[in-house]
Design a protein around this ligand. Structure first.
Ligand SMILES: Cc1cc2nc3c(=O)[nH]c(=O)nc-3n(C[C@H](O)[C@H](O)[C@H](O)COP(=O)(O)OP(=O)(O)OC[C@H]3O[C@@H](n4cnc5c(N)ncnc54)[C@H](O)[C@@H]3O)c2cc1C
Length: 450
């Protein structure tokens, strides 16, 4: 990617020529290589970023508003987080506590925020169905595994609260019944199965969105990093790439964790990319799976703030992910596979002999307000962005892309959008150094997990 883009991590993390190395790449080939932009084009809406946000925005613009959007990506479709995540389509999107949310935006708005989160999971299902995308959809439901006794003891209240806020039903499973339910792991003090969302193959999903967009008349250019956005005197936007320029009436920026400090300068310090890591084991047969007794294909995570997330893949591999490295420098990245593996071995001791087949990392995105943002870029009329899904973008990015389409078309959908999500994207204090605070934040969360 161009030198002109200022990033807050080591350049390797943004180098589109370096292999990602994900398991998904090994099972799903990119069916199309989109050409680089070469020359000048004009369009009604230009979109930067070909992940869930950008493609959902483009697809909704094309199918619902008759637009002919142009999507530009520095790499190919799904190169960012969208093609390399764990595939959990679940309720979530922020990291703020309910008490803090209520204090800022009120109890009624908190209710709307929860409705948004549930609706976001449904939008993914609708996109899969409407466009006949086969994304290896897995059985509905999400497991939450208590890593402390007190978390298990709070499950009854949590389940009642979740039902009140979202209508989602949950079942609580005591520790002695975990093995027979096929959700056994060391250190689990009980589980809660919530009937919302489902997991999928994210690479199939993102390629499916891109296919649907091409069929609907949208155009995608790969290997086309936008290095400059200029506001023209007639209000339009000119997007500069290495070999071309797109002039657009309206603009959608969908770079999430791969955004830059200077594209546009308004973005500086308003987002915080955070590294997430995943490992995937070799395939396991029924006997090996039975040794550990983790047998369900639903998504799962534990109750830690320094979250572990895991799921059994359809081919008998276990996927296991967590946050961790404070940056993307090669030495830090090199340390992560062993750290992830150590936590995996502790949680699933019967699989200590099963080899790691794949491991990779990518950037999620956090905001200072700890809630996603959907809305205008600066005071630019006709320019919109959505970002900061706090590691929950399968649903939230798909949903926010839809909202962005309505905004860019000048006809917002009649869909829930809370004040918290519309609230301005605040700049981090001492934003140039914000990354340096991460190790202390990780330590603090780790202490709270004890
Ligand atoms: C390891 C990992 C695991 C995750 N697991 C889950 C999960 O299980 N469930 C869940 O809900 N979420 C998960 N997430 C988060 C989720 O993947 C993201 O929130 C979501 O994919 C964001 O989508 P996006 O389209 O906004 O951004 P991205 O998919 O990151 O796409 C941004 C794109 O913008 C492009 N771009 C940036 N700048 C420019 C530029 N100047 N010019 C051109 N192109 C540019 C990039 O090349 C990139 O392709 C995970 C993320 C990671 C990294």
């Amino acid at each position: 990617m161009s030198q002109a883009l200022k990033r807050i991590y080591h350049a390797d993390g943004y180098d589109t020529a370096l292999p990602v190395g994900s398991y998904w790449e090994s099972v799903v080939r990119n069916p199309v290589t989109d050409p680089a932009l070469d020359g000048d084009l004009t369009t009604d809406v230009a979109i930067i970023g070909a992940g869930f946000t950008g493609l959902s925005a483009a697809l909704h613009l094309a199918q619902d508003f008759g637009c002919a959007p142009i999507v530009l990506d520095a790499a190919q479709v799904g190169w960012g987080a969208s093609g390399r995540n764990a595939g959990f389509n679940c309720v979530g999107g922020g990291k703020i506590s309910d008490a803090a949310y209520t204090a800022r935006w009120g109890a009624a708005d908190l209710g709307l925020y929860y409705t948004t989160q549930r609706r976001a999971t449904e939008v993914v299902g609708e996109l899969l169905d409407t466009h006949a995308i086969d994304a290896d959809r897995q059985p509905a439901g999400e497991w939450l595994m208590a890593h402390r006794r007190k978390d298990y003891e709070g499950f009854a209240e949590d389940a009642a609260y979740l039902q009140r806020m979202t209508g989602v039903q949950s079942e609580i499973i005591p520790p002695e019944a975990l093995r027979e339910r096929g959700v056994n792991g060391a250190g689990f003090h009980g589980g809660m199965l919530s009937q919302s969302g489902f997991c999928l193959n994210p690479r199939r999903y993102v390629f499916g969105l891109a296919d649907a967009l091409r069929r609907a008349g949208g155009r995608i250019f790969g290997d086309s990093a936008v290095t400059k956005i200029t506001r023209l005197s007639d209000g339009r936007f000119a997007l500069q790439t290495a070999k071309g320029r797109v002039v657009a009436d309206r603009l959608v920026l969908a770079g999430n964790g791969y955004n830059s400090e200077n594209l546009p300068p308004w973005m500086r310090g308003r987002y915080m990319p955070v590294v997430s890591h995943i490992m995937v084991t070799e395939p396991m047969g029924a006997d090996v799976l039975g040794d550990q007794d983790w047998l369900v294909n639903q998504m799962a995570c534990d109750t830690r703030k320094m979250l572990h997330y895991f799921r059994l893949l359809p081919d008998g591999r276990m996927l296991f992910g967590m946050r961790g490295a404070p940056n993307l420098a090669p030495d830090n990245r090199a340390r992560m596979p062993a750290a992830v593996r150590a936590d995996f071995d502790e949680m699933f001791p019967a699989w200590q002999h099963v080899k790691t087949a794949y491991h990779w990392s990518g950037l999620i995105c956090v905001s200072r307000k700890l809630v996603p943002y959907v809305g205008a870029i600066d005071d630019w009329k006709g320019a919109y962005t959505a970002l900061a899904y706090h590691g929950n973008g399968v649903s939230m990015a798909s949903y926010c892309g839809r909202l962005l389409a309505g905004m860019a078309a000048g006809k917002p959908y009649d869909e829930p959008l809370s004040k918290g999500m519309r609230a301005p994207l605040e700049r981090y204090p001492f934003s140039r150094f914000r990354r340096l605070g991460l190790p202390a934040a990780f330590k603090w969360y780790g202490l709270q997990d004890r």
